[in-house]
Ligand binder design. Structure first.
Ligand SMILES: [Zn+2]
Length: 150
């Protein structure tokens, strides 16, 4: 079996349409993956996220960030940009409103999606590190994205 990202948009449901509720996405992420996989799914989540990121039909950093918002993962904005590093804040992240659990950051899949998408665009190794998260009690979610020559 091999589906492409474009196949994911071929939806034919008369009554239920194309949306599923955010609580289902959260359940997959935070109950299924986080609690169901060994070591909170750390490496599996990174693998899944990068694979999804690679499959996205985006050709610019801006395009990748726009799609991130279109998919309603969150609204990204670049808050700092240096040569090999940028710093991205995510407003209205999928995790917003969850009960706070200080010491925990839960948006690693979304960071890995960014990694996969950006690697294809800038042709460098990309690593996104979560530095803030709503669940941790921060005012928004944030990633430090570093790029490395391959
Ligand atoms: Zn978040």
């Amino acid at each position: 079996m091999s589906f492409q990202y474009e196949d994911m948009k071929k939806i034919d449901r008369k009554t239920l349409g194309k949306e599923v509720p955010l609580e289902l996405f959260r359940s997959i992420r935070l109950i299924g993956m986080y609690q169901g996989l060994p070591l909170n799914g750390k490496s599996t989540t990174a693998t899944i996220g990068r694979k999804i990121g690679e499959s996205l039909p985006v050709h610019s950093v801006e395009g990748a960030l726009n799609l991130f918002e279109e998919l309603k993962i969150g609204i990204p904005r670049i808050i700092e940009k240096k040569d090999n590093e940028f710093h991205i804040a995510i407003d209205e992240c999928f995790c917003k409103g969850l009960p706070k659990q200080p010491g925990n950051k839960v948006c690693d899949l979304e960071g890995a999606i960014l990694e996969g998408a950006l690697e294809g665009i800038i042709k460098k190794r990309v690593r996104a590190r979560e530095v803030k998260c709503n669940v941790n009690g921060d005012e928004c979610c944030e990633y430090k994205v570093k790029t490395y020559e391959v």
